[in-house]
Design a protein around this ligand. Structure first.
Ligand code: ADP
Length: 687
């Protein structure tokens, strides 16, 4: 592979090359702490490659975010002047751009976990870099525990590097029996911080005013504005453009407004990495991906609203909420730091200093303590580690016992583990599918029932997250287009998604059909691709016949009974029963609660007379009230066996028999709180 082009910038990490190599030579695990932008993600892999570490195997660099895996690998390929997918490649779920020649591989932490299922020793790698460990993603946390085991077996031929911008290095070092911690001093310039006297009632308006003020009054330098999500970015971008055009006083500079978020198409992402044209100020409106994952050069001013959108799971109710919550002090400092990379900068915090000091948490709560753990627990069970008791797995910060028990209950109800907590044959196949447990269980059942082709489509469409665009009242044209789409024949959203995909299939996958029906062409194409990949995987791993392309599903089963039954079994842990004297449902399971059908559901209109008695749901979300999203009508006879299982459920046996939860010593959970955001924005959440 060619050496780096001379244009490669000298980043702080490059000055410490010898020190890094010396530490890596002498130790199996090294922690590297360096400011965001110091070159950890892009340079470390290249340094190790130059020093011969790719002779015995490839270098894997994990990223918690898909967008970072793609963007950073492209950058490294560019610096080394090789095409992406050759020596430098990336692998994210449902997209693999690597080849036999790939020796520097960027991949999401989830993909590495999956690779370890078929190759538990990860022999293909000589170095594994867990990058962005400070993000504390669920999968990186699991990988930390796994690496600890792996280096015992591969002490002589595997190097593990853990890199982070803010992580408590000593804590990780202790976790890895005192491994060395290298600190790469940053070149941060001072950043002056300005606080608001009070919280603005409308943070978008306040950010806008601050941005325009900077543009008019301040010297050159790009402005990075943190907002909470894609909707707010869109709003902010259009308002900024409008106001810049209508500026009365004017600025002597031109302006360029750019969005930056995780689902931005790659061709738009690259724009934020190109420097500003001469005499032009860039306004980059970003989510928290710009905090540490993606480093944008040229920023001198930061506007920080102090909020972030966070998905949290409540194991007691089984409900997800997407809340706008206050950031932590660590996040606030990271955001401010973005202003001081090239010269002294300024950070405008749209909150008073008292909120920063007294209300913000010190650090963000790790994802493992705010996520459903069903997928992770199934993964750990499928590893067949001899001494594994899920409740005692070596976590850097253990999840709460409630979350682990919730995961065990869920897995039991969908047959992935048996009554004594042992993984079943079904569970093993489920673990191999790159899907959440409910969908993998559905596919396995569908294969048994002879409706695999339909189930594959449903799983693909749900995984590609095709969303029907929200029905805004003024968007009459969009509404009309959507009304022409199939309606699920009264059986709910899964069936509707299937019918939509099948209609598109019949047009020969015509993009115009998507446009005519107000569907995103990119998402539809992605779901087609995902379907193809899932078909290949299931053909490889499923036992018995697999019919991934049957075209006669509807004809032989006009009421979709087989598919709905497979869904009922797959979603056996996500079941709800209609309330007789109440306009809603109650969930069936460990703890029952009242829920409503989400307004976006095709069954919401209740055109078919009445809601079905039993439904399964894809997800429970809490916005203004608890809602079930994506529901499917199921039959009482299919529900009964699940109810029987529920009656038999014994959590003590599930969690490991005699060393049961109650008997075992308590988990060493430092912070067992169920996370409740201290303060949420009063703006209504958009999902
Ligand atoms: P760290 O991992 O320490 O935060 P990175 O290696 O991500 O640092 O970034 C180092 C430098 O590389 C930064 O100046 C950043 O702007 C640049 N860079 C990273 N990714 C890209 C990209 N996709 N395109 C252009 N420049 C990039």
């Amino acid at each position: 592979m060619p050496s780096p082009s001379p244009a490669t910038p000298a980043l702080p990490i490059s000055e410490h090359e010898d020190e890094i190599i010396a530490a890596v030579e002498a130790n199996s695990v090294v922690v590297i702490i360096g400011e965001t932008g110091s070159g950890k993600s892009t340079q470390l892999s290249q340094i190790l490659h130059r020093r011969g570490y790719t002779r015995r195997g490839a270098i894997a660099v994990t990223q918690p975010r898909r967008v970072a895996a793609v963007s950073v690998s492209r950058r490294v390929a560019q610096e080394l002047d090789v095409p992406i997918g050759d020596e430098v490649g990336y692998a994210i779920r449902f997209e693999d751009r690597t080849s036999e020649r790939t020796c520097i591989k960027y991949l999401t932490d989830g993909v590495l976990l999956r690779e370890s299922l078929s190759n538990p020793e990860l022999k293909q790698y000589s170095v594994i870099i867990l990058d962005e460990a400070h993000e504390r993603s669920l999968n990186t946390d699991i990988l930390l525990g796994l690496m600890k085991r792996l280096i015992k077996d591969r002490a002589s031929d595997l190097k593990v590097l853990i890199t982070s911008a803010t992580l408590d290095g000593l804590k990780v070092s202790r976790f890895f029996s005192g491994c060395p911690v290298l600190n790469i001093p940053g070149t941060l310039f001072p950043v002056e911080k300005f606080y608001s006297t009070e919280r603005p009632t409308n943070y978008i308006e306040s950010s806008l005013r601050t941005a325009i003020d900077i543009h008019v009054k301040e010297s050159p330098g790009d402005i990075l504005i943190f907002v909470t999500g894609k909707d707010d970015i869109d709003k902010m971008v259009s308002k900024l453009e409008e106001r810049i055009q209508n500026l009365e006083e004017g600025s002597c500079m031109d302006a360029l407004v750019l969005p930056l978020h995780g689902s931005l198409p790659p061709e738009l992402q690259v724009r934020v990495f190109s420097p500003a044209p001469p005499n032009c100020r860039r306004f980059i409106v970003a989510t928290n991906v710009a905090e540490t994952s993606l480093t944008v050069d040229g920023v001198v001013f930061v506007i920080d609203c102090g909020y972030v959108k966070q998905r949290q799971y409540n194991p007691t109710s089984g409900m997800y909420s997407l809340d706008v919550v206050q950031i932590s002090r660590v996040q606030a400092d990271q955001r401010a730091g973005r202003a001081g990379r090239t010269r002294p900068g300024k950070c405008y915090r749209l909150y008073p200093i008292s909120i920063y000091e007294k209300e913000f948490l010190e650090a963000t709560i790790p994802e493992i303590q705010r996520s459903s753990l069903a997928g992770s627990v199934l993964y750990l069970k499928s590893l067949n580690l001899p001494d594994i008791n899920i409740l005692k797995f070596d976590f850097l910060d253990p999840p709460s016992r409630e979350s682990l028990e919730d995961a065990l209950r869920q897995l039991y109800l969908i047959d992935a583990i048996d009554g004594s907590g042992q993984i079943t044959d079904v569970g093993r196949i489920m673990a191999e599918l790159p899907l959440e447990p409910s969908l993998s269980r559905t596919l396995i059942e569908a294969n048994e029932l002879g409706c695999l082709s339909q189930a594959l489509t449903v799983a693909a469409v749900l995984s590609a997250e095709i969303t029907m665009r929200s029905t805004k009242s003024k968007d009459m044209e969009g509404k009309r287009k959507r009304q022409e789409l199939p309606d699920g024949s009264g059986w709910g959203d899964h069936i509707q998604l299937l019918q939509i995909f099948e209609c598109w299939e019949q047009t020969g996958y015509d993009p115009k059909w998507c446009v005519d029906h107000d569907l995103q062409v990119r998402s539809m194409k992605f779901s087609k691709d995902v379907r193809k990949q899932l078909s290949q995987i299931i053909q490889k791993i499923a036992k018995g016949p697999t019919d991934v392309n049957s075209r006669n599903g509807r004809k032989s089963d006009p009421d979709y009974r087989k598919l709905r039954r497979a869904l009922c079994i797959g979603y056996g842990n996500q079941l709800a029963e209609r309330m007789l004297h109440h306009n809603g449902y109650h969930t069936v399971g460990y703890r029952s609660q009242l829920v409503q059908v989400h307004p976006s559901s095709v069954l919401e209109s209740d055109e078919y007379g009445k809601y079905p008695m039993y439904v399964v749901y894809h997800e429970l979300i809490s916005t203004t009230r608890p809602y079930m999203r994506n529901i499917c009508a199921v039959e009482q006879a299919w529900v009964e066996p699940i109810l029987k299982k529920l009656e038999k459920l014994d959590i003590n046996r599930l969690s490991g028999g005699s060393s049961s939860v109650k008997d075992s010593e308590p988990l060493d959970v430092e912070d067992k709180q169920v996370i409740s955001p201290k303060k949420a924005l009063d703006t209504k959440q958009s999902e």
